[in-house]
Design a protein. Structure first.
Length: 620
């Protein structure tokens, strides 16, 4: 188990500094309010003056006896001077006043002091993950003339309600970790569990893409808890930062975790139970090129680097884009169906489970930040044996399926208790039976209509309620032969606060209440999952219930056949996606010519056994 000090160990790349000619320890840097912050300065022996890379940390500058970015075993072989400063109120700077702290102003004052030193040339770059990334944005906002560029990792600047409450559910494990690290946020967060003007003010004051006037290289990970907000922040900097630098905002997203509480970190090959050797240190390499370009005027062709470089998990390869977002503009909808199916046709029946707050389903990997929780992709198949988990899956995929963006849930929920949580884990079920986590999320039903106290609405037994929510931004590819699978349950502990399922305060008092939860998935209540992608093959991923019609082949370029119990088939009608009827017959046919249809997706409606059934068909 790592100690709190080693929470910052992932910041380094295991670099020996034994050959340093000069290390200036515990240097005091004056601030505008009369206080001083403590710094360590690393100067290569072969330079009299150089450009500076600044790191501001709340995790103890002394932990940086190794430096980042793969400098290998000789600091003297690289051209930068490193300045590492403890935040006001932390470690060496613990005595500085924190009653009215402005970390951006502190960053400005540090840059001002650096610019006056004889060993500094003229430019300052900043680097660091998590809190060390957030403070770079605060510093950039102050516009010091020598602050030239920034490399924030797994970070964004906004302090928002959904940083701590996912769809109304407290991410308790992360808040506990932040308290252990010395932030002391619990009283503030737990005093504002509803969305209120306090959160509005906080969010507005910490969302400032228009104040970014320098180039940035933003580095994130698909298994990091900050990735969702990072994607929005990056798009905002591309459109709203200073016009002169809007095309100098770069983004790299790898198959990485947040780091800090386990062996995996941003840039390591091993992430959770999977390994990505072709992603190892890619962020470091690109940061080095970025700094070389902006701090040293290196002719390394950095300016032609694609704006977004992202890892296609599942395919295990890198891709690029020059857009401001890689989010798909189309969706594929899969309905929850009988016998645990995920299908593209009308759903059938409903499924129930018992949710017991005294025995919540466990967190197994994911975008966690806690000393006792693993980070990254882990096999979820142990959940298959739990009675409080529902599973829905496609049949084995006939082709690869790709998504990029936010998966959305549209569920119809009934419960015997006034409140409950609905958790979801999206996985890739491998042919060998492993169910590897991609992303997860949760919704507190009392907050299904919003997160203010006025929005709060409890459930009545026997009534059905609609819950619509989304999962964090992700990019994933299921390979042919794999299955798309979801786990639905009532809790995900200890990452998220366990719902005691009563009508009292969500976080104070009340005894745990066991409740029955029903997920309806029928023609009246069509619960479904919306995947951000364009995958026509999903139209053919049917699990055929008894007594319905099977379409094959699907896709097809020439003709399609109808099979199943169709003796009572009364009508067939074919529409395109705009609703135009292209074919209609009241004859019982078992084959239809589609060779003259334009390539695309069509809806085929059957009147069978007195009921209407609609299926999707793909013409190719």
């Amino acid at each position: 188990m790592k100690t709190l000090i080693t929470l910052a160990a992932f910041l380094s790349s295991y670099v020996c500094l034994s050959q340093l000619t000069e290390t200036l320890n515990n240097i005091w840097i004056p601030m505008r309010d009369g206080d001083s912050l403590q710094a360590d300065i690393y100067i290569p022996s072969n330079v009299d003056s150089a450009e500076v890379i600044l790191i501001q940390t709340p995790y103890n500058k002394d932990a940086f006896n190794n430096l980042p970015l793969g400098i290998n075993q000789n600091l003297d072989a690289q051209p930068f001077i490193w300045v590492i400063v403890d935040w006001r109120g932390f470690y060496g700077s613990n005595g500085a006043d924190v009653s009215n702290v402005n970390r951006g102003e502190d960053g400005y004052d540090i840059c001002e002091w650096i610019s006056q030193q004889t060993w500094h040339k003229s430019r300052i770059g900043t680097w660091g993950p998590s809190a060390l990334g957030r403070v770079q944005y605060s510093t950039a906002r102050e516009h010091h003339p020598n602050h030239t560029c920034a490399v924030p990792l797994v970070a964004h600047p906004q302090q928002s309600y959904d940083d701590y409450f996912m769809n109304g559910v407290l991410e308790g494990a992360r808040l506990e970790t932040l308290d252990l690290l010395g932030y002391g946020l619990s009283p503030l967060i737990m005093g504002n569990t509803y969305y209120s003007p306090i959160w509005t003010i906080s969010e507005n004051n910490t969302w400032y893409p228009q104040d970014i006037w320098i180039p940035t290289l933003q580095i994130g990970g698909w298994y990091d808890h900050n990735i969702d907000k990072m994607m929005d922040w990056y798009a905002a900097t591309r459109s709203s930062s200073l016009i002169a630098v809007q095309d100098q905002q770069w983004l790299v997203v790898g198959p990485w975790v947040h780091g800090g509480t386990g062996a995996a970190y941003v840039g390591s090959a091993n992430q959770g139970e999977l390994s990505y050797p072709n992603a190892e240190f890619v962020g470091d390499s690109m940061a080095w090129d970025f700094f070389s370009h902006y701090l040293l005027d290196s002719a390394n062709n950095w300016q032609n680097t694609p704006m977004i470089t992202y890892y296609e998990t599942g395919l295990d390869q890198w891709a690029t884009s020059n857009a401001s977002s890689i989010e798909s503009v189309t969706d594929d909808i899969l309905y929850l169906n009988m016998n645990g199916g995920l299908v593209s046709s009308n759903p059938l029946i409903s499924t129930s489970f018992i949710s017991d707050p005294n025995d919540p389903s466990p967190t197994i990997g994911g975008a966690n930040l806690h000393l006792t929780l693993d980070q990254g992709p882990y096999d979820q198949s142990s959940l298959d044996t739990r009675s409080d988990i529902l599973t829905f899956e496609t049949s084995a995929l006939l082709e690869d399926v790709s998504i990029s963006g936010r998966v959305r849930l549209n569920l119809y929920v009934e419960a015997t208790v006034p409140d409950c949580d609905i958790s979801i884990r999206l996985v890739d079920q491998y042919p060998d039976g492993r169910s590897m986590l991609i992303t997860d999320g949760i919704q507190r039903m009392r907050f299904r209509n919003g997160f203010t106290q006025a929005d709060e609405s409890f459930m009545t037994p026997g009534a059905v309620y609609n819950a619509q929510f989304e999962l964090p931004f992700t990019n994933y590819n299921w390979k042919s032969g794999h299955k798309i699978k979801i786990y639905l349950g009532g809790n995900n502990a200890i990452r998220y606060h366990v719902n005691n399922q009563h009508s009292g305060d969500a976080y104070v008092g009340g005894s745990p209440t066991v409740g029955g939860i029903t997920i309806h998935h029928n023609s009246t209540y069509p619960s479904n999952i919306s995947l951000p992608g364009n995958n026509p093959i999903l139209a053919s991923q049917e699990i055929i219930p008894k007594g319905t019609i099977e379409i094959y082949p699907n896709p097809s370029s020439q003709s399609i056949h109808f099979d199943g119990l169709i003796t009572d088939l009364k009508k067939i009608e074919v529409r395109n996606l705009t609703g135009t009827v292209l074919f209609s017959t009241e004859k019982m046919i078992k084959k239809m010519d589609v060779s003259n249809f334009t390539n695309g997706v069509y809806l085929i409606t059957f009147l069978l056994n007195g009921e209407l059934t609609t299926k999707r068909f793909v013409k190719n």
